[in-house]
Design a protein around this ligand. Structure first.
Ligand SMILES: NC(=O)c1ccc[n+]([C@@H]2O[C@H](COP(=O)([O-])OP(=O)(O)OC[C@H]3O[C@@H](n4cnc5c(N)ncnc54)[C@H](OP(=O)(O)O)[C@@H]3O)[C@@H](O)[C@H]2O)c1
Ligand SMILES: *[C@@H]1O[C@H](CO)[C@@H](O)[C@H](O)[C@H]1NC(C)=O
Ligand SMILES: *[C@@H]1O[C@H](CO)[C@@H](O)[C@H](O)[C@H]1NC(C)=O
Ligand SMILES: *[C@@H]1O[C@H](CO)[C@@H](O)[C@H](O)[C@H]1NC(C)=O
Length: 318
């Protein structure tokens, strides 16, 4: 009996130490202040978008919460104002699953906000479905909506330079591939609704993020606008809200021990947004507040260019 108790105690102790040293990860150490600067964080009513927004508001930035749901967005505006002690926090409606909504958000923003110093493409979703325009939901929201948004705001970013674009991708991109035939025939990265398929397509959409970052950095050369993609870590957030309840129950003990909370989960985003001196690393990929090498498929020039051109066509930019 006491042996079992001892074993359990040792296991919990080891897990605690492992959590504290490895899982929690590095913290963003930048002391940057952002008074007079304007930032947009997409999907900032919950998860790591919310903790990112709170941190930037505390540093004095004017923070635009770009969220799809008016009710959740306005509630977040109130919470984030209270938690950060700043009244420079403003909700503006943006549904990345509707190109019309992206255009109207950009129009409202450009009319009312004279500058843009930081664009944080954070919103993401992990479930099957279709956007208002009939695209696969994960391709549409995680990639295409952000693609259009970034392009519509690029001039304002250039005028406000030095400025940055930060793309929250995922390590999951390592398992991704881009099925261009499926994009052309089905307007999505893949079909099927099993958990395995959903995860595969989520990975594919995150590979799109990294490839975009690669192509965008090239197109931004010489502008003093820099861009970064990142993996935030495995985080307890609402991202898994649409996975099966069985998977939820099975994963619970794993998440408690091995997942970050949302404050730990936003540190790499903050690092890419704020860290002084990383401009020469534009176009690169970070995790645990550290630049990382990518596999060849995630910096494939031809695939990045092809995806850029298809995306331009799909959202009517050309
Ligand atoms: N959690 C992880 O372990 C993990 C790991 C690697 C990468 N990531 C990435 O980190 C980012 C943030 O994820 P999270 O974990 O914080 O997830 P989360 O808690 O689910 O938050 C996602 C946010 O995106 C918003 N969103 C979803 N669809 C949208 C749309 N059509 N238009 C506008 N906003 C939309 C959500 O709004 P609603 O509340 O209205 O749905 C929510 O605010 C995602 O890009 C995700 O892929 C997460
Ligand atoms: C993150 O970096 C810290 C400090 O260098 C290290 O102790 C930790 O193991 C790293 N965690 C991961 C998941 O790489
Ligand atoms: C971020 O990803 C979006 C969509 O994949 C893309 O349009 C944009 O250019 C990317 N920007 C950066 C900095 O990675
Ligand atoms: C996703 O989850 C939300 C909240 O739990 C629920 O309201 C919605 O119906 C789910 N959608 C699908 C397609 O499962």
């Amino acid at each position: 009996m006491s042996i079992i108790l001892l074993a359990v105690g040792v296991f919990i102790g080891a897990a605690f130490i492992y959590h504290h040293i490895v899982v929690k990860g590095k913290k963003c150490t930048s002391k940057a202040e952002l008074h007079g600067k304007t930032v947009i964080v997409t999907g900032s009513n919950t998860g790591i978008g919310r903790t990112t927004a709170i941190n930037l508001a505390r540093r004095g930035a004017r923070v635009i919460l770009a969220c799809r749901c008016k009710q959740r967005g306005e509630a977040a505006q109130e919470d984030i104002r209270r938690e950060s002690g700043s009244n420079q926090v403003v909700f503006m409606q943006l549904d990345l699953g509707s190109l019309e909504s992206v255009r109207s958000f950009a129009e409202t923003f450009l009319k009312s906000e004279p500058r843009l110093d930081l664009l944080i493409n954070n919103a993401g979703i992990c479930m099957q479905g279709r956007t208002k325009d009939g695209f696969g939901l994960m391709f549409g929201v995680n990639h295409l909506g952000h693609f259009l948004l970034t392009n519509l705001l690029l001039e304002r970013l250039k005028e406000s330079a030095p400025s940055r674009i930060v793309n929250v991708s995922s390590m999951a991109h390592n398992f991704g591939k881009i099925d261009f035939d499926s994009l052309n025939t089905h307007k999505c990265l893949g079909l099927g609704t099993s958990s395995v398929r959903v995860f595969q397509i989520y990975c594919d959409s995150k590979l799109c993020n990294v490839l975009f970052n690669h192509e965008l950095a090239k197109r931004l050369q010489g502008t003093r606008v820099t861009c970064y993609a990142l993996h935030p870590g495995a985080i307890s957030s609402e991202l898994g809200r649409n996975t099966s309840s069985l998977l939820h129950v099975l994963l619970k003990p794993v998440t408690v021990l091995f997942f970050k909370n949302t404050v730990q989960g936003c540190q790499t985003t903050l690092h890419c947004a704020l860290q002084e001196g990383i401009e020469p690393l534009s176009g690169r990929y970070f995790s645990n507040c550290t630049v990382r090498e990518l596999f060849a498929k995630a910096k494939d020039d031809a695939a990045a260019k092809k995806l850029w051109e298809i995306s331009e066509r799909l959202c009517g930019l050309v």
